[in-house]
Every structure is written in C-alpha cells, then in structure tokens.
Design a protein around this ligand. Structure first.
Ligand code: NAP
Length: 281
C-alpha cells in the first residue's frame, strides 16, 4: 500500500446496515483530523473466507467483524490475543508484519464502561451473569480479569451455561432462571447479556428487591438505553450502567491499531450516537 494514501478500515457483517461503528469511527477520524476511511461492508458467510484473504490486497489496515463472522474471523487470524483465545471469537482484525491478527475487544469495552460509569465496581467478588452466548463469554473474561471469583451464570438453556462454567473453571457456576432471586441476595454485580429487553425482543419482569443496596446492575443491551431491567434497578435505588458505553469503548483499541491515535470516548460522542439511535425506526 502507498504510504501516503489514506488509511482504510471497515466493519463487516451480515446484515450490516444497522451498525453504529461507521458513525463512531467517522466521528473520531474527523475529531483527530485523520484522512482515513471506515466503511461498512455486507459480507455473506460464504464470502467471508475470501474477503478475509483479500484484505491486504484491497488496501485495508484492518477492521471490525460482527455477527455472524466472529468465529470465522477467529479462524482466519494467524495471531490472536489472549482475550480472543479465551472468548473464542474475534471482533477486531489488523496486520502486523503482514500477518492477520485478531483481538476481541468486548471484554475491554465492558470493563472500561464500568470503570468510567461506576468507579470502584471491581472491588466486588460476586457477579450474576444472565445469558451464556458470545457476549457472556466476553463479560466473564472481563470479570475474571478484574478479580471476580464467584461468577454465577444464569441461562434459559442450563447446558449452555454449564459449558461456559466448565470453560472458565474455578469460580464459575451454572444455574437455571429459577435460582435467580436466591443468587441475587449477596451479589455485588448483576449483568444482563441476553437479548431480553432489547427493542422488538421479549422481556420479563425482574424482582431485584433482594439485592444489596450497594449492588450495581448493568445491561449490555443499549436499545433502549433504559431497559426494563435497568428501570427496575433504578426503582430499587441501585446503581445502574447502560450498555452504550461498552459499544463505544470496545471500538477504541481497533481505531488506535489502524489509525495510530487513541481516541477518547466523550460525552459528545455518546450524545451523537444516542441521537442516531433515536432516529431508528
Ligand atoms: P447470543 O450468542 O445469541 O446469546 C443470546 C443469549 O440470550 C443466550 O444466553 C440466550 O439463551 C439468551 N436469550 C435469548 N432470548 C431469550 C429469552 N427469550 N429468554 C431467556 N433467554 C434468552 O447473543 P450475544 O452475541 O451473546 O448477544 C446478546 C446481546 O448482547 C444482544 O442483544 C447484543 O446486541 C448485545 N451485545 C451488546 C454489546 C455492546 O457493546 N453493548 C456487545 C455484544 C453484544 P439460550 O442459550 O437459552 O438460547
């Protein structure tokens, strides 16, 4: 690639039109005065291996990968970070000495959001995690990295929660939804990683009245920003953190790798994305 040509990055998925990543990275490119580009590309699952193999030829410094390509990106990366290995999926690709490298920045984004919005959150040791999908894996990695040693994974399909508990080892245990109220009584943190409460998806009533007054409740769903879970937690006087910050913070490491400058997650960036989400049908 010509050293003087603008640096190119992408986000690929299928579908991809809903992605807010071009707005996030586009805002940072403008703010930092970088003559780069970040484009959304719809790539079908059949086309992903060829797409990944042709990235350097196409002049890309790297990019983001979203549903349904995160496992295929994991397989395509020649070098992977420890977080990517633990999570088993890659959402950020870049080149290092011609080799395709893969990271998963969701664990970083989850922790950075709580660092910014609920300082001191990691002094806790017991967390209840709702869900056992890809996002739950990233959340559990972050919790273990920050010293949580009692992680209670609650999932509709208990076998999936058990698979995660086995994967993450000592301190991670699996439960069904019927155990939830008992599990919440001594928890420091409750995290929803399921699609429950997301606009257009099913929701359920949560009873958080047994939680300790110092407990924190966070939802990684960010449409709507105040999910039914967060509304209930606010009603109980608990500290809450919404999921939009995770989306913003997880974008930081990729931007820095491709464009060479570390961007800030500011209030104005957040407001811009919130306005954009409000325009969604
Ligand atoms: P996934 O792998 O498909 O997992 C979905 C999880 O939700 C599973 O545990 C599933 O339980 C559970 N679930 C779905 N519908 C349910 C219902 N009606 N009742 C009970 N449980 C239900 O999805 P994912 O990739 O982990 O993503 C989950 C959510 O996180 C999505 O809403 C996504 O947008 C959000 N997310 C946000 C960020 C962020 O930056 N804020 C990052 C990543 C993901 P079963 O195993 O029983 O099916």
């Amino acid at each position: 690639m010509d050293k003087l040509s603008p640096i190119k990055a992408f986000v690929c998925g299928h579908p991809i039109a809903h992605s807010r990543s071009p707005l996030i990275h586009g805002t940072w490119l403008t703010e930092l005065g970088i003559a780069g580009s970040y484009e959304a590309i719809d790539v079908s699952p059949e086309d992903f291996p060829n797409f990944a193999a042709g990235l350097q030829q196409a002049g890309f410094a790297g990019g983001n990968v979203t549903i349904p390509h995160k496992e295929a990106a994991f397989a395509a990366a020649a070098v992977r970070t420890e977080a990517a290995e633990l999570i088993g999926a890659v959402n950020t690709l870049w080149f290092d000495e011609g080799r395709l490298c893969g990271d998963n920045t969701d664990a970083y984004g989850f922790a950075a959001n709580l660092d910014a919005s609920a300082p001191g959150w990691a002094t806790g040791s017991c967390a209840v995690v709702l869900g056992a999908g890809g996002a739950a894996r990233a959340v559990i990695v972050a919790l273990q990295q920050r010293g949580f040693n009692d992680i209670r994974i609650v999932n509709r399909t208990v076998a999936r929660a058990q698979e995660l508990a086995d994967h993450f080892g000592i301190g991670a245990n699996a439960y069904g939804w019927n155990a939830l109220s008992e599990l919440l009584t001594d928890a420091d943190l409750l995290v929803n990683t399921t699609a429950l409460g997301m606009k257009g998806q099913e929701t359920i009533a949560f009873d958080l009245s047994s939680m300790r007054s110092a407990a924190i409740v966070t939802d990684i769903v960010y449409v709507p920003l105040t999910t039914p879970l967060l509304a209930e937690a606010m009603g109980c006087g608990l500290r809450t953190v919404d999921g939009l910050g995770m989306l913003l913070h997880q974008a930081v490491p990729g931007f820095e790798r491709w464009f060479g400058k570390r961007p800030d997650v500011t209030g104005s960036l957040r407001n811009r994305i919130v306005s954009d989400l409000e325009q969604m049908p």
